[in-house]
Design a binder for this molecule. Sequence first.
Ligand SMILES: Cc1cc2nc3c(=O)[nH]c(=O)nc-3n(C[C@H](O)[C@H](O)[C@H](O)COP(=O)(O)OP(=O)(O)OC[C@H]3O[C@@H](n4cnc5c(N)ncnc54)[C@H](O)[C@@H]3O)c2cc1C
Length: 384
Amino acid sequence: MPSVGFRFGSARLPAACEPLRREVRAFLDETLAGYPAQRRAYTWTGWDATFTAKVAAHGWIGMTWPRRWGGGERSALERYVVLEEMLAAGAPVAAHWIGDRQSGPLLLRYGTDAQRDAILPRICRGEAFFCIGMSEPDSGSDLASIRTRAERSPRGWRVTGTKLWTTGAQHCEYMIALVRTTPGAERHAGLSQFLIPLRSPGITVRPIRDLAGNQHFCEVVFDDAEIPADALVGGEGNGWAQVMAELAYERSGPERYLSCHPLLTELVKAREHDADARARTAIGRQVAQLATLRTMSIAVAHLLETGEQPALEAAVVKDVGAVFEQDLPGVAQSLLDVQPCTDPSGSPVAQALGELMQNAPSFSLRGGTREILRGIIARGLGLR
Ligand SMILES: Cc1cc2nc3c(=O)[nH]c(=O)nc-3n(C[C@H](O)[C@H](O)[C@H](O)COP(=O)(O)OP(=O)(O)OC[C@H]3O[C@@H](n4cnc5c(N)ncnc54)[C@H](O)[C@@H]3O)c2cc1C
């Protein structure tokens, strides 16, 4: 059996990142002054295009991309510091999150220069917002079973089918969609990715209300939607390999263990002078887990920085991170003696708790379910 294992090492952020961290903190202190706890609880699903424009003005979108396309040519570790501070503060980053995290990097890797010229500078300026078109009504974990198809037409491509659970589609100009381009092709073969302008005729976006009453994901129906010939991203039929690379970007960031961080901050603030041993032990356990996850996540950023593919390590951070994030609201409730609520008349912490308790079950579904990630980890370790 080949030698396999995790490459977490003992990576650290260089001291040179600290001035940047202070700069981001000062920006967040000023920009989010008075921003309520319940809105901070949305963290990376909070949508605010005005906030995104301010982040862009600081050069914190597309930070690692070439200057030629509006990027900052900074390191993955500097980007990590910015993400970490934004998430820890519960900043409403959703508008630029997907473009910065995965759609832009995908276009950098597989797009044409024309696509890069047209799109990447707009992402960096906080003007072009993206959503992810992978899941469908009968295809989630088994992504290779998707049925949405694109056929060549006189003007380019004609797309038919339905995408589901598409986060933010109602606000976005573009979707990167995985669709079938070779009818009858088996599973992973015959799939391609397209850069789809969502405001085209034949495309209907319907928001879906979730358990917490929010409408953050959507159903997107393509009814013979005509899209241009140059909307194909990468090679025709190369969609499966490309989407796997995209999922590695999607799963590799600190958002997979920082979704509840503003609540942990409130918990520590509320009980920091408390002598109760039960509270100290429970908070200590949460903070120890957080510190371990952070070390692992920084190691993933180091692997990205050195050009490695950290899909296995990212799957571990996402899976362990989801367990941590799903436990935290229950721990906070037991220690804060606060009833979670969604009523605007409740205290900000009670509302943040109410929000997170209703959203936490989705943390081990979005971006790949727990069982699927554990399958990836087992395969990566040579166990299946
Ligand atoms: C908040 C949220 C946001 C989302 N945003 C997006 C988005 O922007 N774009 C997008 O494309 N999708 C999005 N999704 C969809 C998400 O990727 C899917 O929900 C997820 O991949 C699971 O697919 P499914 O819902 O079809 O469930 P299924 O695949 O039907 O899974 C149901 C259950 O069966 C288990 N299961 C399935 N296959 C196996 C197996 N082989 N072995 C063991 N267990 C298995 C799963 O783990 C799960 O517990 C989002 C989902 C959520 C909850």
